[in-house]
Design a binder for this molecule. Sequence first.
Ligand SMILES: NC(=O)c1ccc[n+]([C@@H]2O[C@H](COP(=O)([O-])OP(=O)(O)OC[C@H]3O[C@@H](n4cnc5c(N)ncnc54)[C@H](O)[C@@H]3O)[C@@H](O)[C@H]2O)c1
Length: 260
Amino acid sequence: MKNKVIIVTGAAMGLGLAAAEELAANGAKLLLVDYNGEALQQAKQQIQANFPSAAVETYVADVAKEEDVKGYVELAKETFGRIDGLYNNAGIEGRQAPLVTYDLDVFKRVIDINLMGVYYAMRYVIPVMQEQGYGRIVNVASVGGIRGVVNQTAYVATKHAVSGMTKNAAIEYGKYGILTNAIAPGAILTPMVAEAFKQVNPADPKAAEAEYAQRNPTRALGQPQDVAKLVNFLLSDANGYVNGQTIAIDGGESNLYGNS
Ligand SMILES: NC(=O)c1ccc[n+]([C@@H]2O[C@H](COP(=O)([O-])OP(=O)(O)OC[C@H]3O[C@@H](n4cnc5c(N)ncnc54)[C@H](O)[C@@H]3O)[C@@H](O)[C@H]2O)c1
C-alpha cells in the first residue's frame, strides 16, 4: 500500500473514514470524497493528526452527480498523477418501508447514489487504471446485496446491482491488471446503522442493537476497523488474483437459516 494513490468515497465517517485511516497507516496517498464538507474536513484533520506524514486531499462531491465524479477523478490525476485504487463506498440506506408503499422519490435517490454513484466512479476511474495497466477497485455492496432485507427494497435492489456491476467490471477489465471486488458487510456499527436501529426502536435504539447482535453467530456487531482491514487487503498488491467476488464480512450471519 506504500505510496499507492487511493480514492475513498463517503470518507467523512463510518466505513469510509475507518478505511481511510487504515490506508493512511499503511502509507497510501488519499483523495477523500464526501458531500458533507464539514465532516470531510474533520476526517482529514483526524487522519493527519494520527498520521502526520500522510498525503491527504479532499473533494466535496455528490457521487450521484456525474460532473462531481469527473471532478474528483480529475483532481486525483492532477494531484497525484495516477489512481491505484478506488474504494467505492458512499451509499445510503433510504427509509424503511414495505415494497408497495415505499416512497418513490426516496427510491430514486437510493438508486442515484448507491447504483449510479458506484457506476460513475468506475466509468471515469477505470480508463485511468487501464492506461496504467494496474488498478484495484472495491465496491461496497451489503448482505442486502446477497439476501433480501425486510422493508429495504430500494437498498437491496441497488446493492444487488453493485454486486452485478462488480462481476462485469472484473470480467471486462481483468486483462488490464484491474481487479474489482465487492464487499458485503453485515451490521457494522457506524452512524448509518445507529440510525437504522433508531428506526427499528425509536424509544430504545440500544435495545434494538443488542437484540440484533444476539442473532449473529458471533453475538456481536462488526466494527468499522474489521472492514477496513479487508478493504486494505483487496486494494493492495497483496491481492493478486481475487477478482469479481462479493465477499461477506458479517460474522457468518448470511449463512444462517433459523436460530443460531
Ligand atoms: N454499516 C453497515 O453495517 C453497512 C452494512 C452494509 C453495507 N454498508 C455500506 O457501507 C457504505 C458506508 O456505510 P456507513 O455505514 O459507513 O454509512 P455512514 O452513513 O456512516 O457513512 C456514509 C458516508 O457517505 C457519505 N455519503 C452518502 N451519500 C453520499 C453522496 N451522494 N455523495 C457523497 N458522499 C455521500 C455520507 O456523508 C457519509 O459520510 C454504504 O454504501 C453502506 O450501504 C454499511
